[in-house]
Design a protein around this ligand. Structure first.
Ligand SMILES: Cc1cc2nc3c(=O)[nH]c(=O)nc-3n(C[C@H](O)[C@H](O)[C@H](O)COP(=O)(O)OP(=O)(O)OC[C@H]3O[C@@H](n4cnc5c(N)ncnc54)[C@H](O)[C@@H]3O)c2cc1C
Ligand code: SF4
Ligand code: SF4
Length: 490
């Protein structure tokens, strides 16, 4: 604990952000960093608690609490306060392979569990983490660390999202030769195509991929396992295969005229936008939506990313529909510490919508009942309907007479995911559970097929980047033990 009185002396201060009306002019990240001195003061707020709930990542019956990676938060906060940022970096990297990703997109389970938050504001661990890793990149401290000895063992990782990248990074550093197969044209999974630039600039992902390549990881983009290369071939040619293919089977909506032109799955749309930003020279134009009316089905984080993207594309109206009830607004201390709070959150997309259109775009307990298309099959309107709790099971049921027709030129479906894609699992002879997850043995990442393992959203279900990194790290430890007969990784 660098400064015993820090938590009493300094109030929490967050990194700034460009004003909503300013930042919607482009797709760039809009964070403004605190000065080094102010950042040190924020780190000084950490009390080095006897029981650091922030780092005690646990899944308890009442919910998740703390950092799933068990990041050594009090240690690196202390070192950051002391100005020993390089030392802080080494403690940060001990538990987290990619703090530049989590420092940008993690919802900060650590902060929800911070003891300082019980009776005040939590320590700004999330932003401190980002400050440490970005200082490291800027100062050239992130140098390739090539393993001195190779084990002679080969591992194929299928999918290059955070789970696949974390596993590849760890296995490579243990001296195994790792090939990462990725069906998209660029590695990164949802970090590249999914999470929008505003939250995570793509050069941040590319920078990390380059470093991993320099360290010896081989990326094979544009190669779909099960199609371009057979699962059986990979199982034969490699000593272990790790499936990190994500949970990309989207939940659809069953409504009249679902086939209208202008209806997209959210990730397909976000991918198309990112692709057009990355490859304008290839003639990939941004979707033309100036002045158009948009509806987003789904009030979660993906829906929020869609809202922000549609606003940047110049839409004239954006409505976001959410089936569930509006969560309660609670003060921090009523949030049920140390659990992740289930309270109303206003994300950057909703903040921007309020600035542009004058109100929050979310309509709770509302869904789409029907779509209306013109003679050319182009989407023209959406009929929404209010929902109320009903029936014996308490499921939401439509309120009769509450239908409303709203103009709609583009409708994005951000209604969640049903699980992994069956064809990839099947290509390796693996099964999917009823919930669409690649089946692994109890308490293990090993599938029932010899040499086959699974991790990330494919195994856990749709989740968070921090959980995917954690899965990849733990799967790598198990694979290392499988290959070598023992493992020093934990
Ligand atoms: C729009 C959106 C926004 C999100 N925002 C956040 C956020 O802000 N914060 C957060 O913590 N989480 C966020 N998430 C969730 C997070 O991105 C995921 O939990 C995480 O990326 C899962 O990592 P993964 O490695 O398991 O899978 P993915 O990131 O999904 O990567 C899987 C990869 O496997 C590839 N693949 C699939 N099949 C094959 C095959 N047969 N052969 C080769 N490659 C294959 C896919 O192309 C993909 O690149 C968001 C999700 C979405 C959809
Ligand atoms: S990974 Fe997430 S939960 Fe863990 S320390 Fe970083 S911001 Fe907190
Ligand atoms: S719970 Fe908060 S104050 Fe305590 S060690 Fe963790 S970050 Fe520091």
């Amino acid at each position: 604990m660098g400064k015993p009185t820090g938590f009493m002396e300094y109030a929490r201060k967050n990194d700034g952000a460009k004003a909503p009306l300013e930042r919607i002019k482009d797709f760039a990240e809009f964070r403004l960093f605190l000065s080094e001195e102010e950042r040190g003061n924020q780190a000084a707020r950490c009390m080095d608690c006897g029981v650091p709930f922030c780092q005690a990542g646990m899944e308890l019956p009442s919910g998740a609490t703390g950092c799933p990676l068990n990041s050594l938060i009090p240690e690196w906060n202390d070192l950051l306060f002391q100005g020993k940022t390089r030392h802080a970096l080494s403690r940060l990297l001990k538990r987290n392979n990619f703090p530049e990703f989590t420092g940008r997109v993690c919802p900060a389970l650590c902060e929800a569990a911070c003891v300082c938050g019980i009776n005040g504001s939590p320590v700004s661990c999330h932003e401190n983490e980002l400050a440490i890793i970005e200082t490291a990149w800027q100062n050239g401290w992130m140098k390739p660390r090539v393993p001195a000895v190779r084990s002679g063992r080969r591992v194929a990782v299928i999918g290059s999202g955070p789970a696949g990248l974390a596993a590849a990074d760890r296995l490579n550093k243990r001296g195994h030769s790792v090939d990462v197969f990725e069906r998209a044209d660029r590695p990164g999974g949802l970090l590249m195509y999914g999470i929008p630039n505003m939250k995570l600039e793509k050069n941040v992902v590319e920078r990390r991929i380059r470093l991993m390549e320099e360290e010896g990881v081989i990326f094979r983009p544009g190669c779909e396992a099960g199609t371009d290369v057979e699962g059986g071939t990979l199982l034969r040619d490699y000593d272990a295969v790790l499936l990190c293919c994500g949970s990309s089977h989207p939940r659809d909506i069953e409504v009249k005229n679902r086939d209208a032109k202008g209806v997209w799955f959210a990730v397909d749309f976000l991918t198309a936008v990112t692709k057009s930003l990355l490859d304008p020279a290839e003639g990939k134009a941004l979707p033309e939506l100036s002045g158009k009316n948009a509806v987003v089905v789904g009030g979660g984080d993906t829906g929020g990313d869609c809202v922000a993207t549609l606003i940047r594309l110049g839409c004239g109206s954006v409505t976001q529909l959410e089936m569930t009830e509006r969560p309660p607004v609670k003060r921090a201390r009523e949030n049920g510490w140390p659990y992740w709070p289930k309270t109303l959150k206003t994300d950057y997309g909703q903040e921007e919508a309020a600035a542009v259109f004058g109100s929050d775009p979310r309509r709770y307990q509302t869904t789409v009942k029907e779509l209306i298309k013109d003679e050319q099959g182009t989407l023209r309107a959406a009929v929404t309907v209010s929902l109320e709790r009903g029936g014996e099971s308490g499921q939401p049921v439509p309120v009769s007479g509450s239908e409303e027709e709203i103009p709609c030129d583009i409708l994005l479906i951000a209604a969640g995911f049903l699980g992994a894609e069956e064809k990839t699992a099947a290509a390796f002879g693996a099964g999917l559970s009823e919930r669409g997850r690649v089946e692994t043995k109890e308490g293990s990442f090993a599938a029932s097929v010899p040499k086959l393992f699974a991790a990330g959203d494919a195994r856990r279900g749709p989740s968070l980047v921090v959980h995917a990194i954690n899965e990849g790290r733990r799967a790598a430890a198990e694979i290392d033990g499988f290959l070598m007969g023992y493992s020093g990784l934990s």
